[in-house]
Design a protein around this ligand. Structure first.
Ligand SMILES: Cc1cc2nc3c(=O)[nH]c(=O)nc-3n(C[C@H](O)[C@H](O)[C@H](O)COP(=O)(O)OP(=O)(O)OC[C@H]3O[C@@H](n4cnc5c(N)ncnc54)[C@H](O)[C@@H]3O)c2cc1C
Length: 384
């Protein structure tokens, strides 16, 4: 068992750190404040391969292991969790399209998505189907060589600014078995977008509802086979959960670094804050939680890479643990900054706002516990 990163892995992380320092860090606060979706910066990430990190090579992806992808996402999230999280969602949707898309779909969008010239959204949640996503109502009916889609999605990241929608819709009966997945052009006639949601964080990416009114797409835009859509959506989310967990780890590292600096800089009672043992202990606990979270995420990623039979359970555990720990570390770092942590001139309040949603999306942390508990109680789960 080797916990050290290889030279290649260190190089990936270093490239991402440089990119983050030059292309994200100087602008992240402004994008947050002005709610700007930084398409140009995302395209630059695409130039480095970051928009198709684990997408298959036949669509231009780097086909990297998930573990290596986390190294890249972590560096970017340390300065801008919001933009990085969108890039992870794009990676997830692009991987799904490349893994299950027909040659027509892959040729139409593959190279543009992996290069970041075009962007993808992942469309599962509906107004009435969040945690209970298998109960979704959007329908796709096959009519004369085309699917006709009707229904609506909610909370879709990037919606209105992306080019392809990886859409889960019902082609069969009730439950998860009746769901299929599709690649849908985001500007197809009959698609309309809601207003940009006003959010607590993740302000550098738009979130909108989407309505589908008799939207027609070619039959070969089906991903996989009819009825496979929910399984495909969950396969996407295994990696997505590692990615979101990684964004929390990265943000926590950024917050911890800021707190370490600040404890030396700030003086109270005639001494630097760093001299107060209560704060030293707080810092030690933050670092310990962060390292535990990172190791758990990397373990889950390596289980997914190895095709371990309980990889989904590891991903759920890692997502729950790392997003809780990451938020807590960011919040503690804010506390260590006192009143200044609450002001926009320091990054702490943004990191807190941005990491809060990680406990909610790609399956809430209650649903993560449900997945883990079900496995523990209903099968001989292998977590040794
Ligand atoms: C900013 C943002 C971006 C998002 N981006 C996307 C996206 O790109 N694509 C997409 O498809 N979705 C997206 N989502 C949706 C997100 O995945 C859902 O919000 C999430 O799955 C929860 O669904 P819900 O909001 O309907 O909450 P609900 O399912 O209504 O849950 C409400 C509460 O009840 C709890 N709960 C529900 N069922 C159970 C249960 N059985 N046991 C215990 N507790 C339970 C939940 O944990 C939660 O605390 C996004 C959400 C946000 C906020």
């Amino acid at each position: 068992m080797d916990f050290e990163l290889s030279e290649d892995q260190q190089a990936f992380a270093e490239t991402a750190r440089e990119f983050a320092a030059h292309e994200l860090a100087p602008h992240a606060a402004q994008w947050d404040r002005e709610q700007t979706f930084p398409r140009a910066a995302i395209a630059k990430a695409g130039d480095l391969g970051f928009c198709g990190l684990y997408a298959p090579e036949h669509i231009g992806g780097l086909a990297l292991p998930r573990l290596d992808a986390t190294l890249v996402f972590e560096q970017m999230a340390a300065v801008d969790p919001s933009t990085t999280a969108f890039i992870t969602i794009h990676n997830m949707a692009t991987w799904m399209l490349g893994s299950w898309g027909t040659s027509a779909v892959c040729e139409r969008w593959g190279a543009d998505l992996t290069s970041g010239r075009k962007l993808a959204s992942y469309c599962l949640t509906e107004p009435g189907a969040g945690s209970d996503a298998g109960n979704l109502k959007t329908r796709a009916e096959l009519q004369g060589g085309e699917y006709v889609i009707n229904g609506g999605k909610a909370f879709i990241s990037g919606a209105g600014s992306t080019d392809v929608l990886v859409l889960m819709a019902r082609t069969g009966g009730g439950g998860a078995a009746g769901v299929s997945a599709f690649a849908v052009p985001a500007d197809a006639p009959g698609i309309s977008y809601g207003k940009k949601e006003h959010k607590m964080g993740w302000n550098s990416q738009p979130t909108r509802t989407i309505a589908f009114d008799n939207v027609r797409i070619p039959a070969d835009h089906l991903l996989g086979a009819e009825g496979e859509g929910f399984r495909i959506a969950m396969k996407g989310l295994d990696g997505g959960r590692i990615n979101i967990a990684t964004c929390s780890v990265g943000a926590a590292q950024g917050a911890l670094d800021a707190a370490r600096r600040y404890l030396h800089e700030r003086q109270q009672f005639g001494k630097p804050l760093a001299s107060f043992q209560a704060l030293q202990f707080k810092l030690a606990d933050m670092a310990t939680e962060l390292v535990a979270a990172r190791q758990m995420v990397r373990l889950a990623a390596s289980k997914l890479d190895a095709g371990h039979r309980d990889a989904s359970t590891y991903c759920a555990m890692a997502k729950r643990f790392a997003t809780d720990a990451g938020f807590n570390v960011c919040n503690d770092a804010l506390q260590l900054h006192g009143g200044y942590g609450y002001l926009g001139e320091f990054p702490l309040e943004r990191l807190v706002r941005d990491t809060r949603v990680h406990q909610i999306l790609e399956g809430t942390n209650e649903i993560m516990r449900l997945i883990v508990a079900r496995k523990l109680l209903e099968s001989d789960v292998d977590i040794r």
